[in-house]
Design a protein around this ligand. Structure first.
Ligand code: SF4
Ligand code: SF4
Length: 94
């Protein structure tokens, strides 16, 4: 599963530095993927780039962003199996 941030986010910024895949960006910030930059996915709240989220697999047992979010607004987005997440982890390493 990749995770997503709901509109209950209070933009506290606690999650961003915890992500081992740099999948979390502040509102309005461009994100990077494979060396290219892309427009922000949200101008209102912190957001997660699904293509970079492994649910922390390969790094940690628990989703680090969920652990630190004070308002529990990070929820399951798209359902993905472990093989998909580990393949993403491997692709993000290079
Ligand atoms: Fe980053 Fe892990 Fe949260 Fe996904 S679950 S956004 S990889 S901290
Ligand atoms: Fe938003 Fe939660 Fe991240 Fe804070 S920790 S910026 S409330 S998603």
């Amino acid at each position: 599963m990749s995770l997503k941030i709901t509109d209950e986010c209070i933009n506290c910024g606690a999650c961003e530095p915890e992500c081992p895949n740099t999948a979390i960006y502040e509102e309005g910030a461009e994100y990077e993927l494979n060396g290219a930059s892309f427009d922000a996915l949200s101008d209102d709240y912190y957001y997660i780039v699904a293509a970079k989220c492994t649910e922390c697999k390969g790094h940690f047992e628990e989703s680090q962003c969920v652990e630190v979010c004070p308002v529990d607004c990070i929820v399951v987005g798209e359902e993905e199996d472990d093989a998909t997440l580990m393949a993403r982890y491997e692709s993000l390493k290079v």
